[in-house]
Design a binder for this molecule. Structure first.
Ligand SMILES: Nc1ncnc2c1ncn2[C@@H]1O[C@H](COP(=O)(O)OP(=O)(O)O)[C@@H](O)[C@H]1O
Ligand SMILES: [Mg+2]
Length: 511
């Protein structure tokens, strides 16, 4: 295979309170598609931002063709042939494709040369199978087309190494397939492609080699012929299943939530839930694992009354509550801690007190004949903040100034105080540090002991294994698998997450 084009050696990158990259080694060869696989937060984006000159490493070095280089900015990385397509594109929407791609060369007679550039771009794109219309305005393009423009821009700058950060997250299956073909062409043309993903089937479909990260460390490097789903799962998720929290068993309870063959559309008007069925009983946590984008959001919103179903039934303690309003669902005892804390759960500009009574200001205790009863509201807020140990300087502080952990604690406090019969939590500890994570987990277990039925939607298998009584997997808008946590096997769950149990392991552009 010769010598690697890029050698990252002992890369350490620390952020306040986190070691995002912990002595990482990575070799990249020209002509290969190299997958960087890992769960959320395992350090993939950080490592590649170091390589692309966006972050300065805390320690470690980068060798290009055997020579040590120090990148002070993305410009330096580009000068060394390394370019990155970020999760959020950096295109200028009102400009044309050609203008965006050639912007760096905008000197002197740029405008005169534009016609020439346009012609050149078509030819250049064709070489890599990337067809673009150079005179189209970027804002008119689909997401897939914008991504193609980004890739072309980086190649046009002379990059030999193309880094893509979770490029398929925004694509339709057809666009994904097309992207994969283009990446293969680039590798065949002698480029190195580094492909960040947390999806096993994409590694299967595309990678020549894969480096797996877990908790900021490399857990394995596999060659094409060693790539095997079970092995990837083991490296990515870790073999040792967590030490369980100490929890008391709650005996079989009544069914609280029953979802029966429900369909719902996602925001793009495509099927988000496809005949999904599940049951959650009182005093039990049902953990749904799965890769984001498989119906997580749609499911939670259907239960919270925020999204209409197109078919099927939702029952709460036997009562048909299909398509009732959010307020009706709150009245029936549904608590909801959404994925997007700031957007959906809390109002960042309002202070802590107001946020705490957001859902119950209509309760007689808090609203007088004309005005809200401020004393009662203040008392209740003080009590909640103390009880749940939310660390705040004052109740008057706007919520946006709190840390993620305190925000989440506050949100949970509010939901718990309403004594929910059913609690739906989505990615509850995303972005939280270890301490805050534990606090949130303990709150959920406490709620369980009070016999609330809990639906926990998470991408983190450790979290699910620690908390859940029953485990299922959300895949393509359905719940597949239903295990008691004692009988559940991490690898089997991982396989279901990758979709392989349905015989579709290589469904992404089989090679
Ligand atoms: N700019 C930043 N400031 C502070 N912490 C960060 C920053 N970027 C990432 N992190 C933290 O570093 C860890 C790794 O994050 P990241 O590289 O984004 O992981 P991945 O891309 O694998 O999901 C996470 O714990 C994340 O919270
Ligand atoms: Mg990332």
């Amino acid at each position: 295979m010769g010598a690697p084009f890029i050698k990252m050696q002992g890369i350490v990158k620390k952020f306040p309170g986190v070691v995002a990259n912990d002595h990482i080694d990575l070799d990249i060869y020209l002509g290969e598609i190299h997958a960087l696989l890992g769960e959320n937060g395992s350090g993939k984006s950080t490592l590649m931002s170091v390589l692309a000159g966006l972050y300065k490493p805390t320690a470690g070095k980068i060798l290009i063709n055997g020579v040590e280089k120090k990148f002070g900015s993305p410009r330096d990385a580009i000068a060394n042939g390394i370019g990155m397509v970020h999760q959020h594109f950096k295109l200028v929407e009102p400009l044309t494709v050609a203008e965006n791609i050639t912007m760096a060369e905008r000197e002197g007679s740029f405008w005169l040369k534009l016609g020439k550039y346009e012609h050149e771009l078509i030819q250049f794109g064709a070489k890599y199978g990337l067809s673009v219309n150079p005179s189209a305005l970027v804002w008119q393009l689909s997401v897939g087309e914008k991504q193609r423009v980004e890739i072309l821009r980086i190649l046009y700058q002379g990059s030999q190494v193309l880094i893509l950060d979770e490029p398929t997250a925004v694509l339709t299956p057809q666009e994904t397939c097309e992207l994969f073909e283009n990446l293969r062409t680039m590798a065949n043309e002698g480029c190195a492609v580094i492909f960040i993903t947390h999806k096993l089937n994409e590694v299967q479909a595309l990678a020549d080699r894969v480096t797996v990260l877990r908790g900021g460390k490399v857990t394995g490097v596999l060659q094409r012929d060693e790539i095997e789903t079970k092995r990837l799962v083991r490296l990515m998720v870790g073999r040792d299943v967590v030490s369980h929290y100490d929890r008391k068993n709650v005996s079989d309870g009544q069914i609280v939530l029953e979802i029966d063959r429900v369909n719902a559309l996602n925001d793009m008007g495509l099927p988000g839930l496809n005949g999904l069925s599940l049951v959650v009983r009182e005093g039990e946590i049902l953990g749904l694992a799965g890769v984001a984008g498989n119906g997580q959001r749609e499911l939670a919103e259907v239960i919270a009354g925020l999204r209409k179903t197109t078919m099927g039934t939702v029952r709460l303690r036997g009562e048909d509550v299909t398509n009732l309003s959010p307020l009706e669902m709150i009245r029936r005892g549904v608590g909801y801690v959404p994925e997007d804390r700031m957007g959906m759960g809390l109002i960042p500009e309002l202070n802590i007190t107001d946020n705490l009574v957001l859902k119950c200001y209509q309760h007689p205790r808090f609203s007088g004949r004309w005005l809200l009863n401020n004393r009662e509201i203040y008392n209740k807020s003080t009590q909640l903040v103390e009880q749940y140990q939310v660390k705040i300087p004052s109740l008057e502080q706007p919520i946006k100034l709190l840390s993620g952990g305190n925000m989440q604690r506050l949100l949970l406090a509010r939901e718990i105080a309403n004594e929910p019969k059913l609690m739906v939590v989505v990615y509850p500890v995303r972005g939280l540090d270890v301490g805050a994570t534990e606090a949130v987990h303990k709150l959920l277990l406490e709620l369980r002991l009070r016999r609330t039925a809990i639906l926990l939607i998470s991408e983190d298998l450790d979290e699910i294994f620690k908390l859940a009584d029953r485990v299922g997997v959300l895949s393509r808008g359905q719940v597949v698998g239903d295990f008691n946590v004692e009988d559940a096997d991490v690898e089997e769950i991982g396989l279901l997450m990758a979709g392989s149990a349905k015989g579709v392991e290589n469904d992404v552009c089989p090679r």
